[in-house]
Design a protein around this ligand. Structure first.
Ligand SMILES: NC(=O)C1=CN([C@@H]2O[C@H](COP(=O)(O)OP(=O)(O)OC[C@H]3O[C@@H](n4cnc5c(N)ncnc54)[C@H](O)[C@@H]3O)[C@@H](O)[C@H]2O)C=CC1
Ligand SMILES: O=C(O)[C@@H]1CCC=N1
Length: 288
């Protein structure tokens, strides 16, 4: 790891840019603002002017639309210390090339994209630009996110620490080797969708078992949210929390036995493996 950047004791003074402020970058930005970062220190870019107005009204950030100003991304990064790239994977390297000359040399470029490698980003930016490949998830928006970060080759510890601290304002952060980012994607990046799918399936089953649709949806959503909150408590252990619900020979045991007989663990492993393989395909197709 290089040692070429100014030490930052706190992240409060950092200017942030969010380029492509859709679902993921929007969730990161909202989580970071909720953790106390001043919106006046944030510039966000989106495609359409109406979205820029809505985002600025909602969050207080400076929002610029690329349809209004073709230089919006360049303007956004000009004063930024940390730049979050939140466009789809297919657009990440073009965006790197677009902003390369406008970045401050010490600004950290943080990608949230699946499949795009550190090496590909570094090749698309100026030599020595600090890079972070991260895999966040949307619960960052409510301060309950989970993020994996992998350092680029030119980033110093202090700059990486600033990125970690920004994310930590809104969730749990693990610094991992880049070859572990795909596993992070499979567990936590894509993970919220598995849980929402489970909530949908629980509600649909509840309806088939006699509840009206609205009641089933509300009960399933409250159950998933409540269980999630319990898991977020310090020291919580999923297996113990599960045992606390499961009376011997009771109703929960009957349901869990049925899940096991249907191969739930194998099913999850297969799904997460498909996620990793898709991430590798994206790398093959897009990281050049
Ligand atoms: N949605 C999720 O839960 C997660 C997404 N990601 C990653 O986040 C990235 C974005 O995904 P989403 O947020 O789901 O997509 P999204 O479509 O919601 O957001 C992308 C945004 O970027 C805007 N955009 C596109 N090109 C632009 C440009 N050149 N300048 C400014 N704005 C531009 C689009 O209009 C859109 O609002 C992807 O690379 C994905 O791999 C990573 C982890 C989780
Ligand atoms: O579905 C995707 O490709 C992105 C990456 C992780 C979550 N959403």
């Amino acid at each position: 790891m290089a040692d070429n950047t100014t030490a930052q004791n706190s992240t409060a003074d950092l200017n942030l840019a969010f380029l492509g402020t859709g679902s993921m970058n929007g969730a990161i930005m909202r989580g970071i603002i909720a953790s106390g970062h001043a919106p006046e220190r944030i510039t966000a870019t989106v495609r359409t002017p109406s979205k820029a107005v809505a985002l600025a009204d909602e969050t207080g950030v400076n929002a610029i639309a690329t349809e209004d100003d073709e230089n919006a991304n360049l303007t956004a990064v000009a004063e930024a210390d940390v730049v979050f790239l939140g466009v789809k994977p297919v657009g990440i390297l073009d965006l790197c090339r677009e902003i390369a000359g406008a970045l401050k040399p010490a600004a950290a470029v943080v990608s949230v994209a699946a499949g795009i490698t550190v090496a590909a980003m570094e090749a698309a930016l100026r030599d020595g630009q600090p890079v972070v490949r991260s895999m966040p998830n949307t619960p960052l928006t409510v301060g309950l996110g989970a993020v994996g970060v992998a350092a680029g080759t030119s980033i110093d510890e202090s700059t990486l620490d600033s990125v970690v601290k920004l994310y930590e304002g809104a969730g749990v952060v693990k610094v991992v080797a880049e070859d572990q980012i795909e596993a992070v994607t499979a567990v936590s990046g894509s993970g919220p969708a598995y849980i929402f799918y489970m909530a949908e399936a629980m509600a649909a089953a509840g309806e088939k078992l006699g509840l009206d649709a609205g009641t089933a949806r509300e009960l399933a959503a409250a159950t998933v949210a409540g269980a999630g909150r319990m898991l977020a408590e310090p020291g919580a252990d999923a297996a113990q929390l599960r045992r606390n619900v499961t009376s011997p020979k009771g109703t929960t045991a009957a349901a869990l036995d049925s899940f096991a007989a249907s191969g739930l663990e194998e099913m999850v492993l297969k799904a997460e493996t498909a996620c990793v393989e898709r991430s590798r395909e994206l790398t093959r197709d897009l990281s050049s």
